[in-house]
Design a protein around this ligand. Sequence first.
Ligand SMILES: CC(C)(COP(=O)(O)OP(=O)(O)OC[C@H]1O[C@@H](n2cnc3c(N)ncnc32)[C@H](O)[C@@H]1OP(=O)(O)O)[C@@H](O)C(=O)NCCC(=O)NCCS
Length: 167
Amino acid sequence: MIRQTTKDDRAGIYKLYKKVATIAGGLARLENEVDNTYIDGFLDKTISRGLSLVAVDANDNIVGEIHAYASGLFCFAHVWTELTIAMDPDSQGQGVGRQLFTGFLNEVSSNYPHILRIELIARESNQKAIKFYQSLGFAIEGTFKNRIKNIDETYESDIAMAWLRSE
Ligand SMILES: CC(C)(COP(=O)(O)OP(=O)(O)OC[C@H]1O[C@@H](n2cnc3c(N)ncnc32)[C@H](O)[C@@H]1OP(=O)(O)O)[C@@H](O)C(=O)NCCC(=O)NCCS
């Protein structure tokens, strides 16, 4: 089931991001960089000026989360940025990530008419995610060369993508 995130979901989201961050090549954050400051930071921003949804299993355990938020500045009021999606590795590849992302975009389309643009960045090697985002209507807008430093000290590009409201 997909539902809106509540303040009681903080612990479950923390656990989820810790687990997802143990697998290299996805999130741009190491496991030890997933802390309460990070989780509270994005949840507070989504509550005040964005949106967060969670995917939960039959026991209401959080298996996925997606969020994006506005910067709080006037000239970017129509933009949600830093979109991030994380699915529990044990629940990946089962269509739940697509359900979560589609639910997010449907919510934006229906209930946030002032949001005209949503931005995300994905590392170039994460082609699974990049193709997934393209299938949802995101387009590649540019390349930040060598922006990502991998755990093996190699560097790779970050790909900037955006979804634009069509009507
Ligand atoms: C990217 C992510 C959110 C996708 O969630 P998911 O639940 O695994 O995705 P789904 O099962 O809904 O599949 C969505 C699409 O991903 C692709 N996909 C899924 N599993 C795949 C695999 N093993 N290999 C290649 N592509 C795959 C397919 O294109 C699929 O499209 P389809 O619906 O037409 O089949 C998830 O893999 C994840 O959390 N990864 C780690 C964190 C991460 O990379 N976040 C993004 C940072 S930019």
